[in-house]
Design a protein. Structure first.
Length: 265
């Protein structure tokens, strides 16, 4: 079912002059970009460049945010957005003493999904993340990659309009990574879901329709993979990224970015 927003056809996310300060240092610096609705956008950059802080700002979980940040037509963090955004952090957000199915049933009740509709909705998201065979296993007995998929299943329960996924494929085998990326593109194509997916693995770049390349708390580039390679005269996104980093160093001096621990306010 196609997601429809009551807030107009503008971008799913729009940022202008966005900044975040932590401990007296700028973690995000004058960031501006837009994410088209129904797209799969990759947020790529090395660990510590500010990706998690940016995602926390998008979902309204980050303190000391300056500038303008609009999500689905409303200011980031608005109460009206809570049911419209799915956020999957790097750390799995599930109860380890419950089974996978019990976790999903609990979160379905929190989301207000009717009791009669829960079994079908839970079954559907279990199939989406390829965990149907582990539905009755205790979450505490699962691998890290499986726990990450349970968190993704929780985020999918409410059919969100925007999915913000912080490194969802880290530690997964190549086949499962491929299957999850196929799922992400199906969600965009069939439901109109907008996905913003972070990664520090450059070979995932070509799975995205558009890329935001980050370094030192700033956006170095906002373009398609093909155009990034073309404009930098390189064969891969990793080479394009390195080319942009060198150009940035020449223009702005050596890197002086604060560490982005990802969990601090």
């Amino acid at each position: 079912m196609m997601n429809k927003s009551p807030d107009g056809p503008g971008p799913a996310v729009r940022a202008a002059g966005l900044g975040v300060e932590r401990g007296g240092r700028q973690v995000l610096r004058d960031i501006g970009f837009a994410v088209r609705r129904g797209s799969v956008t990759g947020l790529l950059g090395p660990s510590g460049c500010g990706k998690t802080t940016l995602m926390r700002a998008l979902v309204g979980a980050q303190d000391k945010v300056t500038g303008t940040l609009t999500v689905l037509g409303r200011p980031a963090g608005s109460a009206a957005l809570r049911s419209r955004i799915g956020y999957v952090t790097q750390a799995p957000s599930v109860y380890t003493d419950l089974t996978v199915r019990q976790n999903l049933d609990y979160f379905a009740s929190v989301l207000g999904i009717a009791r009669t509709a829960r079994p079908g909705r839970v079954g559907a998201v279990l199939a989406d993340v390829d965990l149907a065979s582990h539905a009755d296993a205790l979450a505490g007995t699962l691998s890290g990659g499986q726990l990450s998929r349970v968190s993704l299943a929780v985020a999918l329960l409410g059919t969100p309009e925007l999915l913000v996924l912080d490194e969802p494929t880290v530690g997964l085998d190549p086949v499962l990574r491929r299957d999850l990326w196929d799922l992400f593109h199906r969600l965009a194509a069939e439901r109109g879901t907008t996905l913003l997916i972070s990664s520090h693995v450059m070979d995932e770049a070509d799975r995205c329709r558009r890329l935001l390349l980050m370094r030192a708390g700033r956006i170095l580039a906002d373009d398609t993979p093909d155009r990034l390679r073309e404009r930098t005269g390189t064969a891969t996104i990793e080479e394009a990224f390195l080319h942009l980093v060198e150009a940035d160093r020449r223009d702005n001096g050596p890197e002086n970015a604060p560490e982005d621990g990802g969990t601090r306010p």
